[in-house]
Structure formats: C-alpha cells, structure tokens
Ligand binder design. Sequence first.
Ligand code: ADP
Ligand code: MG
Length: 276
Amino acid sequence: MSMLADLRKFSRRDRVFSHLIRADQLEVDTSKGHILYIEDLSVSFDGFKAIDNLNLYIGDGELRCIIGPNGAGKTTLMDIITGKTRPDSGTVFFGQYTDLLEFSEAEIAQIGIGRKFQKPTVFEQHSVFENLELAMAANKRVWHSLSAQLTAEQKDRIDEILVQASLIDFKHQPAKLLSHGQKQWLEIAMLVMQEPRLLLVDEPVAGMTHQEMDKTAELLHQLAGRHSVVVVEHDMDFVRSIASEVTVLHQGSVLAEGTMEELQSNPKVVEVYLGE
Ligand code: ADP
Ligand code: MG
C-alpha cells in the first residue's frame, strides 16, 4: 500500500497544526523511518514536463545521491522541495505529517531543510570561526540574542564541525584565504550550524581536486545519521566513492534506484546515462 494512504489520514490534522505551531518550532515526525515522501509529483514549464509523475522516499539519516543527465529535473526537484517552485500536482511531505506545499520558502528553511547551492557564499572578510558563529546566530532554535556569548557547548559544536570539515587548522583565518574546496566545506558547515534535519547539496565537488572530493565524501558520510543528506552530482567517480544509495532521474521521473554497482549493470541506466 502506498505510504501516502497513511499520510492522507493525517494530513487534515497537520493542516490544523501548521497554523498553530511556529515554523521554527515544528517537530518533524520520522517515526516511520522516512524524512521525505514525494508522490506523483509533476511540474511543467511552458508545456514541457520538467518533473513527470515522480515518486521518491528518503530515509531519515540517509545519505542519498541523485544523478541524471542534464535537464533530467534534478535542480527543479530541489526547487520544489525547498519551496522555490510550486508543483502542478503531487505531494511533498517532510516526515509523516508536514505538508511542505503549505509552507513558504522561508518557512521550509526554518523547519529544517537546508540547501547548499553550487557557488559558495561565505563571508570573505570574516574568519572561518566567525562564519560559523554567524551561521549559528541565524539559527533561532539555539540563539536568541546576537550579543550573547557562545556557550562552551556551542564552541565545542563549532570545533566539532571544523574538524569534520577539515578546517580546524584554518579556524582564525579570513575565509577569503580558503581554497575553492575549503569554501565549499565551510558553507556546508555553516548550513549544519542551522541544524537542518535534511540537507540538500547541489554539485558539491565541481571544480575540486580528487583529494578534496575524497574529503567531501567523508564529510557527507559524517553528516548523515545526524542529518539526512541528499546530494545531486554529475561526477561519477565521486558518486561511486560516496558508495550510498543512488537514484537515477531521467526526463523528470525516477528511472532506477540502487547502488552504483547495480546501476552500472542496469541496461536502462547504461543507455540513458552511464553509456555516454
Ligand atoms: P537538471 O538539474 O537535472 O540538469 P533542471 O531541473 O535544471 O535539470 O531542468 C529540467 C528541465 O526543465 C530543463 O529542460 C530546463 O530547461 C527546464 N526548466 C527548469 N527550470 C525552468 C524554468 N524556471 N522555466 C522553464 N524551464 C525550466
Ligand atoms: Mg541542475
């Protein structure tokens, strides 16, 4: 039976709740094991179906890669999840009860979906530490006054993420001195400071060296578990090295899902994508 059938029973309740609870206080119910439920999703631009009856479930704490040829709908899918684009039909639930289509883009960010765009946008003049401090200050859940001092626990949390992002040695350097790859990690670390339940990362390794790619794979693995992470990526070597469940998008719908090994021997996938 469709997972949505269960959800429908509760969607009325959720509608009532979503008006009573402030977006940044909303708890996301993942007791059934999934953080994201997307069903029968479609959107057209001038008659062209960019997303076409797409179904996708992301497990809570999972690290998932989404691949697919140019124009497959990967970015459009992220735009819909984050509220930037409204679908023509279908449903997007965050946890079991939270209907994302009822929230604005700003509210979706507040309830715990963080998005990393391709181009890093860090505060160049500020130190690496200050960048993370600022990102933490933007998190209304843990921080109520900009003038307040960081607690020891918050400082530890920043150090923890700096270690994970291989930036601890650069803690007091201005962000402008970081390499392109390091800036990408800093931006991921800044997103993590907002404590998103779900982190969407669009093409994180574009322009990175192989060594940086390996570290990025490691970082994303470390973030999974505590967060759910969805990575859209073109680079096959990188996706292979991440070694997680992979979803192949093609013409706006899911063509196949599995490990890279399984997908490489799937004739449909080879034909549209891997065989290029
Ligand atoms: P991907 O990220 O997989 O390369 P996109 O989601 O960017 O694919 O695009 C899917 C298709 O939808 C493409 O053909 C693109 O030209 C089209 N598209 C995306 N956004 C828009 C938009 N805002 N207006 C018109 N067409 C769009
Ligand atoms: Mg794209």
